[in-house]
Design a protein around this ligand. Sequence first.
Ligand SMILES: Nc1ncnc2c1ncn2[C@@H]1O[C@H](COP(=O)(O)OP(=O)(O)OP(=O)(O)O)[C@@H](O)[C@H]1O
Ligand SMILES: [Mg+2]
Length: 451
Amino acid sequence: MSWLTALLVLVVVTAALLRWRRPAWYWMTFGVTLAVLRVTVRYASVMDACGLTVPPSRWRLTLARVTNRPVPNSRPPRILRLRPTRTGLALRLKLRPGQDAFDISAASDRLRHSFGMYGVTSRELRSGVVEVRMTGYDVLRQVQMPAKVDRSPMRVPVALREDGAVHYRDYREMPHGLTVGATKSGKSVYQRNLVAELASQDVALVGIDCKQGVELFPLARRFSALADNPESAAALLDALVSRMEGVYQLIRAEQRITADVPDAEIAADIWDLPDDLRPTPIVLLVDEVAELALFATKDEEKRRDRIITALARLAQLGRAAGIYMEICGQRFGSELGKGITMLRAQLTGRTAHRVNDESSANMAFGDIAPDAVLAAIQIPTGMPGLAVSGDSSAGWARIRTPHITLRQAVNTCNRHADRTPDLPELAAFRPMLPHLTAVPAPAVETAPAAA
Ligand SMILES: Nc1ncnc2c1ncn2[C@@H]1O[C@H](COP(=O)(O)OP(=O)(O)OP(=O)(O)O)[C@@H](O)[C@H]1O
Ligand SMILES: [Mg+2]
């Protein structure tokens, strides 16, 4: 008997330790079974307590009266499917007549407490069917991306959502994105993740990093063009605009609209062109965008206007030419001068990291999802990389990127350096790679000469 008790104690201690130190392992070993049991056993009573049941229908009452049976109970939504996931449970519910998806989402906090889960979110799949996603632990505390994620051209996994799903950056769906956040909130790490994921794709990366290139220049081997100050950024953007015009000429030459060309085959963007003719798509990454919009002298003001005009033209016309933009900055509002709000309106994908004031959050979400503003200003300081991501459909989610170090990103970019396309229009901005040709540094540091 004593060995049985010892075994039990060992199991309990292991479970407690795992739950404390390795919540993901705890979930996979013990948590998921306990949660499935808890949800199935308590389902009817919890739904009743949360006000998510409907009284019996008339015909059931009549049937009970005719057959002299007791009055039937109120009924909760029918469970269509209960599926354990890597991070929680996914419950698919068929609503009863009179219920709507809002009832479930309004009760999500009550459901969370009642089922003893960490988080509960819900979304309508189709009329009358709602998916409730529950997470067993805080998946954003230590982000671990699933081993298997979907990767398709121009669609890369970049972060984990609070409901355990993978958050993708899909450039063909949302061509341009804006990321705002206070200093040290995780913007550059977000961008680094994007670069590391895009590195293995057939895409040209072009970067503007006005922090003297500290973030993007280490990744230079995978970049087709880089600029590290506003002067070269202006020239680079002009070159990109002329490339865009060249691509449009190519698309026009290929359109050949004649009566026998089916509608679906008329080329309107680079993805309609045959593979051998399609120009390489470009992702333009801009870090510290405010640097491009600030000026002190008349000449700098002229340069600033040139930059903002080129950015606005790329944002308005670039998509069909396969030029996508990813803009990062601490603030991106009208105080940066004319043209900024027009440019911002073209940036559909919005991500806000921790911000210090409401107006910064408003720059990302004020015009598309006002309730995401509140979520953005509630991001705590101790969680860099945590962000709120939304789009113009007013949907938003809390996400966090995995922490990728500069060293890891450099290694990934170097591994895929052979994929870096040479773009003739941008050849002047191809980064010099002194470390490739430089004589290796001596293994032993020499001591400085005595004064
Ligand atoms: N997803 C993450 N998980 C864990 N730590 C992170 C994450 N993202 C960022 N950090 C930490 O926060 C630090 C600052 O991040 P980052 O350099 O991306 O901030 P930033 O917003 O670009 O700041 P700045 O505006 O000053 O450039 C990083 O060095 C890293 O230690
Ligand atoms: Mg940064």
